[in-house]
Design a protein around this ligand. Structure first.
Ligand code: PLP
Length: 360
């Protein structure tokens, strides 16, 4: 059985086994992980380890603070402008998909101005919107980017990131640690854990300390200020202990696999195999521009949404779960996060071949 869900995504089997084994019989505390105090030395070790591993995996320098926050990516859509859109009260957005558009709406809802610089919505987000050469970074507090568009499957890879002299923030919720990014090109990064990092309940935020220090935001509630988390090592209030524990185990697993470069090589291999099959088939079609194709969310269709649904249902019967595209776009979406083994892609291709014969 393989799980192709876009989120929560598949987790590494050794991590799940470890969680199961350790859950009720921790020798150190004689308590389960969901009963220990966040003030205990055991948890202090866990959260420090998670931060250290993330810094190691992403090469995060001391210029950045790392915070573990509840509320998911959606809360970050509000926290980012609350914390950083204070000089111009205005952010620039490249509308590359549903979650970029949501970030713009959220910024507006909390009283800031969000300007959509370019959008690929009319093309169903099959290509990436880009910065025009006459973009004036000084007119905005920052540019908001979604590196990987989870629903539509288009990605700003490291080599096609927009280049700006201004501040840039990134929502990396669905491809953090799946491919390399130079953290130094960003002023803030966030990612909900539940796709590539662990279970839902914790969101990682990486913020540039000097940019944060420039902000005068006494009017913003303390739970919505990054500084509150940085000052208290993400223990300003009770953190999601279990989610951070599981996140630390996933990060340990990624380190054991050889880090981001090794995950990237695996992810290229998995996704290319699937895209190659789709491109060579006259039955299935992947609609996203070649250079922008996502490694983590492969979106495709038979160009007949009803037939797609029937085939996805058949796939589930065969043990290939959650292949339906997002309800807003239909079709298929195979999420190939770090923990997805190569065998899952092989099994999927075997199934798709069979379905092609049957339904063509
Ligand atoms: N950003 C991206 C790229 C996502 O894929 C998602 C969720 O799927 C979100 C933000 C929203 O995250 P959450 O559900 O944690 O609020």
């Amino acid at each position: 059985n393989y799980n192709f869900s876009a989120g929560p995504g598949v987790l590494p089997t050794p991590v799940l086994t470890k969680i199961k084994d350790e859950f009720t019989k921790n020798e150190f505390t004689h308590m389960s992980i969901i009963e220990i105090s966040h003030r205990s030395s055991q948890f202090e070790e866990i959260i420090a380890s998670a931060e250290e591993r993330l810094r190691d995996l992403m090469n995060i320098s001391d210029d950045y603070g790392v915070a573990f926050i509840q509320g998911g990516g959606s809360t970050q859509f509000e926290m980012l402008p609350l914390n950083f859109a204070n000089r111009k009260n205005k952010i620039a957005v490249l509308d590359s998909g549903n979650f970029a558009a949501k970030a713009a709406t959220a910024a507006t809802a909390i009283g800031k101005t969000a300007i959509i610089l370019d959008s690929s919505k009319d093309d169903k987000y099959h290509h990436l919107p880009m910065l025009s050469p006459d973009f004036h970074a000084d007119d905005y507090d920052y540019l908001h980017l979604t590196t990987n568009n989870t629903i539509e499957g288009a990605t700003y890879h490291q080599d096609n990131l927009p280049k700006t002299t201004g501040r840039m923030t990134a929502d990396m919720s669905s491809n953090i640690l799946a491919e390399p990014y130079d953290v130094n090109q960003f002023d803030a990064i966030f990612a909900g854990a539940q796709k590539n990092l662990g279970p839902a309940g914790v969101t990682v935020a990486i913020v540039k300390k000097d940019w944060l220090a420039e902000q005068n935001i006494q009017h913003v509630g303390s739970m919505l200020r990054y500084q509150s988390y940085l000052d208290k090592h993400s223990m300003y209030n009770t953190p999601p202990v279990f989610s951070i524990y599981a996140l630390d185990l996933v990060l340990e697993w990624v380190q054991e696999q050889g880090g981001v470069d090794s995950m990237y090589a695996q992810n290229i291999k998995k996704s290319s195999k699937l895209y190659d099959y789709i491109d060579n088939s006259s039955f299935y079609q992947a609609l996203v521009d070649n250079s922008a194709r996502s490694l983590t969310n492969v979106v495709f269709t038979t160009n007949n949404l009803e037939r797609d649904q029937v085939i996805a249902k058949e796939a589930a019967k065969a043990g290939l779960f959650n292949l339906n595209g997002h309800r807003s776009v239909g079709g298929f979406r195979a999420s190939l996060y770090n923990a997805q083994p190569q065998e899952a892609v092989d099994a999927l291709i075997t199934f798709l071949k069979k379905a092609e014969k049957e339904y063509k």
